[in-house]
Design a protein around this ligand. Structure first.
Ligand code: DLZ
Length: 158
């Protein structure tokens, strides 16, 4: 888990399939919008960089990260997508709430992947503070949104 040793935006461009015939759903949380907006920007621009058409990238917002499970499930049930990406940012506070949300979202998305037909890509930043989230949403460690877009294309191809 050494993100500090791995830039989230770096990948081998020669290993990425063409996404021009693929359709993607993205569910993004409104909490910590400064961060999730940057994740979304990274995801969309990377999908388009690999050929995805603007009209084939459908974006829905949900209030917080916990609602990403419901949002992703609804997109999966919709059936029109090759892959769904969830984007959220949970920042540790003074109470155990952080742990419950992170665990809930992780379990919920894992369950969707184990039981449904369409891959759901896990773009949840779980950080101790705002600076760590900034570092991973277009800062010095790259952008988790870019990484999720690449993973979505690869899993759509899978
Ligand atoms: C309540 C809450 C808190 C404390 N922190 C975050 C956070 O850091 N990131 C996030 O995406 N959402 C947070 N939420 C909201 C919950 O995810 C959820 O929206 C509410 O508990 C309502 O279900």
């Amino acid at each position: 888990m050494a993100t500090a040793l791995h830039n989230l935006s770096e990948y081998d461009i020669n290993k990425i399939p063409d996404a021009s015939n693929m359709c993607f759903g993205i569910v993004v949380a409104e909490w910590n919008q400064e961060i999730t907006g940057a994740l979304l920007q990274g995801a969309v621009s990377t999908l388009q960089k690999h050929g995805a058409l603007e009209e084939n990238i459908h974006i829905k917002t949900v209030p917080g990260s916990f609602e990403l499970i419901y949002g992703a499930h609804q997109m999966v049930l919709n059936g029109g997508y090759d892959a769904v990406i969830i984007l959220g940012s949970v920042i540790r506070g003074e109470t155990p709430h952080f742990d419950y949300i992170c665990e809930g979202v992780t379990y919920g998305i894992a369950r969707l992947n184990a039981t449904q037909e369409i891959p759901v890509i896990y773009g949840l930043l779980t950080t101790n503070d705002l600076q760590q989230a900034k570092d991973r949403s277009g800062g010095k460690l790259g952008n988790k949104g870019d990484e999720c877009a690449i993973d979505a294309i690869k899993m759509a191809k899978f």
